[in-house]
Write a protein that binds this ligand. Sequence first.
Ligand code: 13P
Length: 250
Amino acid sequence: MRRGIAAGNWKMHGSRQFVADYVRALDGQVQSLECAVVLFPPVGYLPLLAESLRHLDLDRIVELGAQNLHTEVQGAFTGEMSGEMLADLGARWVLVGHSERREYAGETNDVVAAKTAAALRAGLKPMVCVGESEADRDAGRAEAVVIGQLESVLARCGGELGAIAYEPVWAIGTGRTATPALAEEMHALIRSALANHSAPAAELPILYGGSVKGGNAGALFAERDIDGGLVGGASLKAEEFMEIARALPG
Ligand code: 13P
């Protein structure tokens, strides 16, 4: 059975004070959750977050991840971090293919596949993000775009991934959440595409992301193939993130 995952992508938000307050707010709440919890802070705050969680004995409950990685192990790549370095800092997970990196850093499907391979090489669990734009959906190519993004990763890396996150771009940060039925349709399609690649389709968690909030999480997570949430804005409020996590079964 797939265990639910509540994942918080802080994007480029936070400070040392934010980390301290956040971990204090998790304490006493995160211990009673049935689902797994993963936090993706800005990379510079990874060690502080890891240490703050350890201090309260929460490091066994909350796993950490990075929002990006480079494909190489080391070298003359100014400003970059390798998967091996992220693992060394306490990351167990890494986001790959987030739509903001596809859009602002020009990451193509090939780059995303190479980064997924690099994550696996470093022993990190890649959370591979896929999702169509509003223009893709309007043009009737949402499924083709999402499956194309997925297939390029599967062709290079196989299906032994950490998780897939379906994040329709038009729902990210817009307050326009996909309906549970629409999200479920895409999740079921993703699961069947995984099965075509003899990937462990039944075991791989598929998370939904895009304006997940305390108030809509329960309806989304009730769908058969939605195994959790990759939460942006609402994960910045520890209380609301915990409310979302409580909507997930173990
Ligand atoms: P929001 O929850 O802010 O819409 O962001 C979703 C997301 O991109 C998570 O990776």
